[in-house]
Design a protein around this ligand. Structure first.
Ligand code: OTU
Length: 682
């Protein structure tokens, strides 16, 4: 994409990818770009294989050549779009491929063996046996060696995928939960060493578990080595960041760029006295956005990805990818170039570390979401996993409104992930809940979108009479009226209120609500990801404000330190911890027995004759259909048994009811209050 093309933007609205292509230079079509990329790749190939022969045994050179031919063009075409107008484009591509070959040569033998296994089963991360757990290493077990000592606990939950929250060296003081990195190549000393990370990865692999780690590719801390060199006057590193001598351009951008933290960090630019410039800071002032139009940034982050992969990390969670590219007159979110960056990084990393996959962190609207899995006008391999933010939002919406109509409409609009990619399905995470309710979807079911978003934010903050929730409003934006939500699942699902009242019925309802939400996430089709503490119904950390590193960011209320005494109560029959832990562990066990939940093939919501019931179907091309039925109301419901026809089998069974035949009474399937059925052929 040429800079002059950017100047010929179509009006001030975010141009479509096609308009951008045509606005650039009519002669520069996809075909000409592809020809440019192929020619550059062909000219680089011999030198790549010659270098590979110097660092790899013969049979591995052959395999690398095959990967170069397979993934090279996945990377070269987006690189041509991004940097193809530069005179040094071919030299850049050759240099990136040298980086790739060197990483392949340095890749430990054990990881290459893992690569082989995953090349045989490239959908390894979508198996029905995959269940994820996400936690801060220090809040879960003190440090990385502590995490290793707790792996048996995770195996009790059926966990096969461990996502550790940012663990690289972060700035001192407020660091946005580790998302303000000062050194991409060093584990934060408060958590351990690089050797600790490698040893943890080795033990996880020995247990057939995978390790996911955050890579913050959108920005660095203002104290990162790159930023410090920029402040010291090094022009090479000054070009790593987006800086402006005065407010003219920042003010122009601010007209269309949303604020992520309107309460705690308004605006998208921060004055740097050292640089005598305004610096782009999408998030906190101490988080400086990188300028990805500079290929040196792309190259530097590629090296970080490959070195992190060679430490044993299997999944790279790429943070805030929606923000990777900026263009005047747009929201600077979800732009074509952001996707091209991801596609290029993926193609290149696949050549060196084929067993490693990308997880996109893009909390964006439903229409933009599936594009991070590569589903554009055509498929362009990009990330293998993406957060199913819409399922999470709609599940909480259904539970608050006791109504499944809006979720059915909203979830039916989502395109299916391309083959070989899938969703991360989740109930809660370390972040707030952004109420991504589409106005058109809401209107379809007779609801005002804005009003419903406000209702959800206030309901889950316990501000609506009758609400069972005890969360909190996060980032109430006076400009837009938008508000998000903080709080642990147990607090949002009514357990905090129930524990305070001691009312056994409220307690039972809250436990059921918690298990229902997880049964939807575990049964939808994808990699379910459990947020630390939810398995034992931990409530909010009411002391979060005592932590100076938390600042005034109330997301820390749902980032408690693990309560191992409460975890011990998972063995106490009848305790809340035992009911919830056993219920969630049973979901993992049920998944393992249900190949229909191997997450390829479409998942679609299904209308029933009862709007209190959220229904969905998963059609696995080989293993058949699963029908999910979730009664989101706190009273018993039923649905017409006709819906069993979805499963196309006599006497289908309910996996969550010990594979008993689904009961039918007078032509209707009973669904007890706040319960879920996973129906499959017997
Ligand atoms: C991501 O956040 C992280 O998950 C947050 O914890 C970080 O604060 C942030 O990036 C900066 O690193 O970028 O695509 O609403 O949900 O900022 C969405 C707050 C993100 C987060 C949002 C998210």
């Amino acid at each position: 994409m040429t800079r002059h093309g950017a100047r010929r933007i179509v009006g001030l609205r975010a141009a479509t990818r096609e308009e951008l292509v045509l606005a650039a230079d009519p002669s520069l079509t996809e075909r000409t770009r592809r020809a440019q990329a192929s020619a550059a790749l062909a000219r680089a190939r011999d030198a790549v294989l010659e270098r590979a022969a110097a660092v790899l045994p013969a049979d591995e050179v052959d395999a690398l050549a095959a990967r170069l031919d397979r993934y090279g063009r996945d990377a070269a075409l987006p690189l041509a779009w991004l940097y193809g107008d530069r005179d040094d484009f071919e030299a850049l591509l050759a240099r990136l491929l040298r980086t790739v070959v060197d990483a392949a040569g340095e890749r430990p033998h054990a990881l290459r063996r893992l690569d082989r296994r995953r090349e045989i089963d490239p959908e390894w991360f979508l198996r029905e046996s995959m269940v994820g757990y996400v936690c801060y290493a220090d809040r879960f077990a003190g440090d990385l060696p502590g995490v290793r000592s707790r792996l048996d606990y995770l195996e009790e939950l059926g966990v096969r995928y461990l996502h550790l929250m940012p663990l690289l060296a972060a700035r001192a003081g407020e660091d946005d939960g580790g998302y303000a990195v000062v050194d991409f190549d060093r584990v934060d000393p408060r958590l351990g060493t690089n050797a600790d990370l490698e040893e943890l990865a080795t033990e996880l692999h020995e247990r057939d578990m995978a390790l996911c780690v955050d890579l913050v590719v959108n920005h660095t801390a203002a104290e990162h080595t790159w930023a410090e060199r920029a402040k010291a006057g090094d022009p090479f590193y000054q070009a790593f960041y987006l800086t402006y001598p005065d407010r003219s351009l920042p003010d122009a951008y601010e007209r269309t760029v949303p604020e992520t933290f309107p309460d705690t960090a308004p605006g998208n630019f921060t004055w740097s006295a050292e640089l005598s410039s305004w610096v782009w800071t999408t998030f906190y002032p101490f988080q400086w956005d990188l300028d990805h139009s500079n290929p040196e940034v792309f190259a530097a982050l590629l090296e970080v990805m490959l070195r992190t992969a060679n430490r044993g990390v299997d999944v790279l969670r790429l943070d805030a990818v929606r923000c990777l590219w900026k263009r005047l007159g747009t929201t600077c979110e979800n732009l074509p170039e952001a996707h091209w960056l991801l596609q290029a990084w993926r193609g290149l990393t696949r050549i060196a570390t084929p067993g490693v996959v990308f997880k996109a962190e893009a909390i964006v609207g439903p229409d933009q979401l599936v594009q991070y899995l590569g589903a554009h006008d055509r498929e362009h391999p990009e990330c293998e996993l993406a957060y199913h933010n819409q399922l999470m939002v709609m599940s909480w919406s259904a539970v608050a409104s006791r109504d499944a109509r809006l979720p059915t409409v909203a979830l039916d609009r989502l395109a299916d992930p391309p083959r070989g990619t899938g969703w991360v399905t989740y109930v809660r995470c370390h972040d707030d809940i952004g109420w991504a309710v589409d106005d058109a979807d809401a209107a379809t079911v007779g609801v005002n979108g804005f009003a419903h978003r406000r209702f959800l934010a206030e309901f889950y903050a316990g501000q609506i009479p009758g609400s069972f929730a005890r969360g909190a409003i996060y980032q109430d934006d006076p400009r837009t009226g938008d508000a998000r939500t903080s709080g642990m699942a147990a607090a949002l699902a009514g357990l905090t209120e129930a524990r305070a009242t001691g009312d056994p019925l409220l307690l039972d309802q809250a436990v059921r609500r918690l298990l229902l939400l997880h049964a939807i996430a575990y049964g939808w089709g994808g990699l379910p990801l459990l947020w630390m503490g939810d398995e034992i119904a931990m409530g909010n950390d009411d002391d979060w404000t005592l932590d100076p590193a938390a600042g005034d960011d109330n997301r820390w209320m749902h980032r408690p330190h693990m309560d191992w005494q409460a975890a011990q109560r998972r063995h106490h029959p009848g305790s809340v911890e035992q009911r919830v832990f056993a219920g969630i562990a049973a979901l993992a066990d049920a998944r393992r027995r249900t190949p229909e939940l191997h997450a390829i093939g479409p998942t679609r919501p299904v209308w029933t004759d009862n709007h209190r019931v959220l229904a969905w179907r998963r059609d696995h091309p080989r293993f058949g259909t699963l029908l999910g039925l979730a009664n989101v109301h706190d009273a018993d419901q039923s649905v017409d048994a006709e819906i069993l026809g979805v499963v196309r089998a006599w006497d289908p069974v309910d996996v969550l009811d010990d594979d008993r035949p689904v009961p039918v009474d007078a032509g209707r399937i009973p669904l007890p209050r706040l319960s879920v059925r996973w129906v499959v052929a017997p």
